[in-house]
Each structure stands twice: as structure tokens, then as C-alpha cells.
Design a protein around this ligand. Structure first.
Ligand SMILES: NC(=O)c1ccc[n+]([C@@H]2O[C@H](COP(=O)([O-])OP(=O)(O)OC[C@H]3O[C@@H](n4cnc5c(N)ncnc54)[C@H](O)[C@@H]3O)[C@@H](O)[C@H]2O)c1
Length: 382
């Protein structure tokens, strides 16, 4: 990783010291002194102490409020990373933003569009920035493909695939915040497929319409455990999206069929250059080889890649990626998949506003497998 020029090491605080917090600590360590974790909080004191000991975090706090009151004393916090369960992101983000401190939230950034819009309001009021983790946007080949699309180097995008086929056994859902609408926000569409959906949109542009289907087939959860969607992009291409937690051969798979080439990315939780494949259409071999050789190469995806971009943006006073306008586009498509799946209608950007139950919860008017709500789905609009 190239060096990051900051006047002083950036001061980061972490909220939540569970599973993903260690990935954040590792990613911050890879910034080689350009940033360090100065404080952390968790409601589980044992987990908090173990985390702070392992990652040499000097200040631990029993609550976010105490952290915000005290951790600014030795110098201002540059950013707070939210590594807490999804149901807490909105409330915690607003508390931090209103103190004028930037936030980097784990996905999903909020449980609903309504929550997300509250965060956007706090962003403006507090004069600070809210960014969302989407680590697969930042690998070198993703940057390359974004240029390929912008310059139409492979011609028009015609069709594609965006699959998150993962496997989560029953035990995975024993964590209290999993599998429930009001704390996880949704099933694989919201919690897992969001990685691929967000990366896909960041590469190929805005969506124009979606038709979705969702089912709860095999896990004892409130949410779906599988969903399928057909997404029409503004540019006219049609993308098939599948999100599953029931798939023993796991894969995260993006495929884009352009006029002159197919570009595929297949990995599970992170990619290097080797996970990409480019196949020319007959007659386009030389052109495709020349375009594929363009940079950048060698930078894999992962939290460290996004943190490096954010650190540079913080040092330069520039907007922090992934910004709220961009993250909302993804959240709105996810809400559209649920709305279409649960009401049977096609959904377009802007359809889900404050008159829609899907604005307030991804569950919206109710999943069809919730028997008591089945009667309402036929009559409630998007
Ligand atoms: N980007 C990725 O690849 C990725 C991967 C896994 C998880 N995540 C996301 O990261 C977030 C956390 O997931 P996880 O797997 O680390 O969960 P986890 O349950 O392992 O950790 C969450 C931690 O938050 C703590 N916590 C709960 N309430 C709190 C509060 N009020 N204040 C402070 N801490 C509190 C818990 O005690 C726990 O230690 C979720 O949003 C999840 O979707 C992202």
C-alpha cells in the first residue's frame, strides 16, 4: 500500500468490538501509522478489554456517550467506526454526527430508508460525513472496470449476474440480532447480498426498475433466506440478482456481458486480481487484451483498501467514500426488491417514499410467510 500523507496520525474510535472489529483493527494497522485506534466501546466488558489489550487501544469506555465525552480530550477524533449490530447504527451515527465527528458504518448502514434519511439530516446538521463500508468497491480491478464502463471500452453493457450464494447453518442465527427485521433489517438481500449489489451498482450505474421474489425456505428466521431479482439498469442492461444463505457451494459472483467481452469476478469474501476473468467476443481478442492490461493491478479488495482511500480523503478534507448519496441508491434497490417481492409490483427509484410501508422497514407490508399478514399484502401498494 502506498504511503498516506497525514499531518498527524488520524484518531479513530471503534464502537463494538465483536467479529468485524478485528478486521477493522487489522485494516487500520495496514495504514502503517497513518491512523490509529485511540478508543473503543462495547457493552460487553470482557470483549472490550480483550480487544483493547490485543490491539493496544489505550482508552476503553462502557458507553458511546462516555467515549464521545472523553476521547476527544487528547485531540479531536477524526472518525468513529461503527462495528455494532445494524439495529444500532442509526442512533449511534446520529449521536456522533451531531457532535461534528465523521462516521464510517459497517453495512447495512441503517435498517430502512427512513433511518438512513435521518442519518443524512444529522450529517447536514452536524457538519460531518457519514460513510458506509463497502470494501469490494476498492480493489484495483474494480477501479479498472469502472473506467472500462465509463469509457465504453468493451462497448455497451447488455446483461449480467450478481450472485451472493452463501451458506449459513442454523447456529449462525443464534446471535440475538440475526434473522429479525427489527434488528438485522432483512435476510441475505439486506445483510449479505448488499456487498455484491453495492459493488455492482458502483460499477455499472443507476438502476431503473426491479422485480423481485423472496422466500423463507429452510431457516427458522423472520426474514427471507433466499431472494431473486431482475434489475433493469438506466443504461438498458438487465442484471439477474440472487441472494441466498442456503447454498453449500458458496460463491460471490459478478458477471458483466458487454458487446466485446465478458468480465467475471468470482470470490467469497475478498478478491485479488486472480479472481477476475475477461473473455473476448470473437474478433475482439486484441482490443480486449489491450484494455485488460491497463491498470491498476495488484490491489485486492478489503477493508484496508477502503480505509486507505478514506484516510487520504480525511487528510485532504475531501468527501468520504462511500458517501450517503451512493449508499442510499443501494439501500433503495434493496427496499425495491423487498417491495416487489412482497406486493408483486415492479418498483422504480422514487416509488418508495414516506407513503410506502417499505420506506419505514424492509419488511414493509409484511412477508407472505407471516400468516397473520398475508391478507394485507394483496391490497397494500408499494
Ligand atoms: N463488511 C463486512 O464484510 C462485514 C462482515 C461481518 C459483519 N459486518 C457487519 O458488522 C456489524 C457487526 O457485525 P459482527 O459480526 O461484528 O457482530 P458481533 O455480534 O460479533 O459484534 C457486535 C458487537 O457490538 C457490541 N455491541 C452491542 N451493543 C452495543 C452498544 N450499544 N454499544 C457498543 N457496542 C455494542 C456487541 O457486544 C458485540 O461485541 C454488522 O452490521 C454486520 O453486518 C460486516
Amino acid at each position: 500500500m502506498t504511503s498516506i500523507d497525514t499531518a498527524r496520525p488520524l484518531r479513530i474510535a471503534l464502537v463494538g468490538t465483536g467479529g468485524i472489529a478485528a478486521v477493522h483493527a487489522e485494516g487500520i494497522a495496514q495504514l502503517h501509522g497513518a491512523a490509529h485506534i485511540v478508543a473503543a466501546t462495547d457493552i460487553d466488558p470482557d470483549r472490550l478489554q480483550a480487544f483493547c489489550a490485543e490491539w493496544q487501544v489505550a482508552n476503553s469506555f462502557a458507553s458511546l456517550e462516555q467515549l464521545l465525552d472523553d476521547a476527544n480530550v487528547d485531540g479531536p477524533l477524526d472518525i468513529v467506526h461503527l462495528c455494532s449490530p445494524p439495529g444500532l447504527h442509526k442512533e449511534q451515527a446520529i449521536a456522533i454526527l451531531l457532535r461534528g465527528i465523521n462516521v464510517l458504518s459497517e453495512k447495512p448502514p441503517a435498517l430502512s430508508l427512513q433511518e438512513f434519511d435521518e442519518i443524512r439530516t444529522a450529517e447536514k446538521t452536524g457538519g460531518a460525513s457519514f460513510a458506509t463500508v463497502s470494501q469490494h468497491r476498492f480493489g484495483g480491478r474494480a477501479l479498472w472496470l469502472r473506467d472500462v464502463v465509463a469509457e465504453a471500452s468493451f462497448g455497451r453493457l447488455l446483461t449480467g449476474v450478481c450472485n451472493t450464494l452463501w451458506f449459513r447453518p442454523d447456529a449462525y442465527f443464534e446471535v440475538p440480532w440475526r434473522g429479525k427485521w427489527n434488528v438485522e433489517g432483512g435476510g441475505p438481500t439486506m445483510g449479505h447480498g448488499i456487498h455484491q449489489i453495492d459493488t455492482m451498482l458502483s460499477l455499472v450505474g443507476d438502476w431503473a426498475e426491479v422485480v423481485g421474489v423472496a422466500s423463507r425456505l429452510a431457516r427458522d428466521v423472520e426474514t427471507e433466506d433466499v431472494s431473486h431479482a431482475i434489475v433493469m439498469l438506466e443504461g438498458g442492461a438487465v442484471i439477474s440478482v440472487v441472494n441466498s444463505l442456503l447454498s453449500p457451494r458458496e460463491t460471490s459472483y459478478l458477471r458483466f456481458d458487454f458487446e466485446y467481452a465478458t468480465v467475471e469476478l468470482e470470490h467469497l469474501y475478498g478478491y485479488s486480481d486472480d479472481n477476475w476473468r475477461v473473455t473476448p467476443a470473437p474478433g475482439y481478442e486484441d482490443l480486449v487484451a489491450e484494455v485488460a492490461a491497463r491498470g491498476p493491478h495488484g490491489q485486492g479488495s478489503g477493508h484496508a483498501a477502503q480505509f486507505a482511500v478514506i484516510a487520504r480523503a480525511l487528510a485532504a478534507g475531501q468527501p468520504l467514500p462511500v458517501d450517503t448519496a451512493s449508499a442510499r441508491r443501494t439501500l433503495e434497490l434493496i427496499a425495491g426488491i423487498y417491495a416487489s417481492a412482497f406486493t408483486g409490483v415492479r418498483v422504480r427509484p422514487g416509488d418508495i417514499d414516506a407513503t410506502s410501508p417499505f420506506y419505514f422497514s424492509m419488511e414493509g407490508s409484511g412477508a407472505p410467510w407471516v400468516a397473520t399478514r398475508m391478507a394485507t399484502t394483496a391490497t397494500v401498494g408499494v
